[in-house]
Design a protein around this ligand. Structure first.
Ligand SMILES: [Fe+2]
Length: 277
């Protein structure tokens, strides 16, 4: 059995934002503790973007300090809150390689699972960037191994959550571009995303699309209509517990668990054999 943990939307920041800084760091540490306690301990972690809040070098330095205590290798993707240059200065290398165009995208071959990491960062915008060059890269990368079970990682989900202020336009060109690439690629078991700070699932082009909860705070599940120009005082973020996703690969079968991190009281212990009657 192989397991990989996905963490996302860490939003680590520094002293100029003391409340968010402390909270997001504590929540990230809580998730990392939970992942280290898993049995078996995951082979790797993929951090799927919004690693820091403002893309600043000091924030990446703070994140590096937190990750220094991590005993599990961490791979990286970038999100809309990241900036490639400071990110790559801090984390560039074998766990965040770039393609020929400088995008942070690459494939990793684990024992029985291929992980293809895509770059959907459009610097200066919150929306996704997935242009023709990136689509071509993904098509070529998927074509290089059509047999091994594969998960695709990308920060922005190409489906709608229903929380309107977080969602893409349903007919955004990048979604069509992605759909054309992943349609019929039977080696793909799931496209795993972040960005929305909530776990939700749907389909695009016959593929399962799933998001992970954030390690930082979550987006409030409010599906009522919203006027994007007129703030109405509604709650938009909520301090629900931090979470992560665990990808389980067992003899070619791939499943994912959406997990809540925290110190919970054990409820029942295994003290009597399980029967079948
Ligand atoms: Fe985020």
């Amino acid at each position: 059995m192989l397991t990989i943990a996905q963490i996302t939307d860490l939003h680590v920041t520094t002293g100029h934002d003391p409340l968010n800084s402390l909270r997001n760091e504590q929540r990230l540490r809580e998730v990392l503790r939970a992942i280290h306690r898993l049995k078996p301990r995951p082979t790797a972690i993929i951090a799927s973007g919004d690693l820091v809040d403002h893309g600043e070098p000091a924030e990446y330095a703070a994140l590096k300090t937190i990750f220094a205590e991590c005993e599990i290798p961490i791979y990286y993707a970038v999100g809309n809150h990241d900036r490639r240059v400071p990110f790559l200065e801090a984390f560039g290398g074998p766990f965040a390689p770039t393609d020929a165009n400088g995008f942070v995208q690459y494939a990793v071959d684990f024992d029985g699972l291929r992980m293809v990491v895509c770059d959907t960062l459009e610097e200066g915008h919150d929306r996704a960037g997935f242009d023709a060059a990136r689509a071509r890269w993904l098509a070529e990368t998927l074509a290089a191994d059509t047999k091994t079970p594969t998960v695709v990682i990308m920060h922005h989900p190409p489906i709608l959550s229903g929380v309107r202020w977080m969602d893409p336009e349903p007919d955004a060109p990048w979604i069509g571009r992605l759909a054309d690439v992943i349609r019929g690629q039977n080696q793909i078991r799931a496209v795993l995303c972040g960005h929305v700070h909530r776990a939700f699932h749907g389909m695009l082009a016959g593929q399962i699309i799933a998001t992970s909860p954030a390690t930082s705070i979550q987006v409030t599940l409010d599906l009522s209509p919203i006027d994007m120009e007129r703030p109405d005082g509604r709650e938009i973020l909520v301090a629900e517990p931090p979470g992560y996703v665990l990808v389980v690969v067992d003899e070619g079968r791939v499943t994912t668990h959406t997990c809540v991190a925290g110190d919970f009281e054990p409820a029942v212990a295994y003290t009597r054999p399980f029967g079948f009657d």
